[in-house]
Design a protein around this ligand. Structure first.
Ligand code: ADE
Ligand code: ZN
Length: 345
């Protein structure tokens, strides 16, 4: 964009644009200030003296360097109210950024492995999301992720625990260390999850090879690929993803923080959009990567020349890719269209 007026216009457009988030780890929205508050409340000693020290430690070289510190941070979450407070704080950030619908991940094994009951985790998150719908008008879904560095048996145990909460969990996902833990490791767990009626997604092609994207589609029968940015390595895959309208939940600030791309200017999200892929913008772990939805939109728009219509298409794609019914999608689309048509009038 050229000139101050159009830059200001695009800044305002991004801030006011209705947004839909499809890739957010609720544990990744734990801000250092809340980490300290919960540590105090739960009598837990942190290896840092201040929230500023925590922030200074967020210098990542790759995915694993982030995951090591991220799992440590989650240790302060003990009681149902902690999970409620964490989720509520995220919803307030959604409200600030005009996020009107969100589909959030949680990692039960991060907590059950520390002796926290599955019910404690899901009930706290779910209660906050229900309040978010009633008090803030933000609709939501919950997706349960398996940690791929753990074994198949642990994933099966987690899936069986989730069966009692089918009314709260729309789908299952796969996260944590991609390298060395390919989709095939969880093919049987996913097959059971699909049989039980869960939708499926998986992190693939974040750091790992395109074969992880192919295998997530074929073996795990995913409805969306989380990240998927490595698809640029394979023209046939690009063609298939565009042709099948397979959504990619892309996380720009995460990708630069974790060195998937050195600089935002090198990020392929705008190229993928223009090649006709159903790409969306998401914040992944906003407390660790420097920002929520608006910050991710700004980072992309500041480093790539884009039209406001293109920016709106990220929300259009996210609505199409969301796990809600057609009537709900129609309502969100109505809000988006109304905003776009009124913005310049
Ligand atoms: N868990 C939380 N954030 C993640 C990411 N970006 N990739 C894989 N696992 C994650
Ligand atoms: Zn993620």
């Amino acid at each position: 964009m050229n000139g101050d007026t159009s830059v200001n216009n695009q800044t305002a457009f991004i801030e006011q644009l209705p947004k839909v988030e499809l890739h957010l780890h609720i544990e990744g929205s734990l801000e250092p200030e809340m980490m300290f508050e919960l540590a105090k409340r739960n009598n837990i000693e942190l290896p840092f003296a201040t929230p500023e020290e925590v922030k200074a430690a967020y210098q990542f070289t790759n995915l694993q360097s982030f995951l090591d510190i991220y799992y440590q941070g989650a240790n302060v979450l003990i009681h149902e109210q902690d999970f409620y407070d964490l989720t509520w704080a995220y919803l307030l950030r959604c409200q600030q950024d005009n996020v009107i619908h969100t589909e959030i991940f949680f990692d039960p094994q991060t907590h059950t492995s520390r002796g926290i009951a599955f019910d404690t985790v899901i009930n706290g998150i779910h209660r906050a999301l229900k309040d978010g719908e009633e008090k803030l008008g933000i609709s939501s879904q919950i997706i349960m992720c398996f940690l791929r560095h753990l074994d198949e048996e642990s994933a099966f145990d987690t899936l069986f625990e989730a069966l009692a909460h089918k009314d709260k969990i729309i789908g299952v996902g796969l996260d944590s260390s991609e390298l060395g833990h390919p989709p095939e490791k969880f093919a049987r767990v996913y097959s059971k999850a699909l049989e039980e009626g869960f939708l499926t997604v998986a992190h693939a092609g974040e750091e790992g090879p395109v074969s992880n994207i192919y295998d997530s589609l074929e073996l795990l029968k995913v409805s969306r690929i989380d990240h998927g940015v490595r698809c640029s390595d394979d023209d046939n895959l690009l063609y298939a993803l565009a042709n099948n309208k397979m959504p990619l939940t892309v996380c720009p600030l995460s990708n630069t923080k974790l060195k998937v791309f050195e600089k935002m200017e090198q990020h392929n999200i705008v190229d993928l959009l223009r090649r006709g892929l159903c790409v969306t913008i998401n914040s992944d772990d906003p407390a660790y990567f420097g920002g929520y939805m608006n910050a991710n939109f700004h980072a992309v728009a500041q480093s790539h020349e884009m039209t406001n219509q293109e920016l709106a298409s990220f929300t259009r794609n996210a609505i199409a890719a969301s796990f809600i019914n057609d009537e709900q999608k129609g309502r969100l689309l109505g809000k988006l269209n109304q905003f776009v048509s009124e913005f310049n009038h």
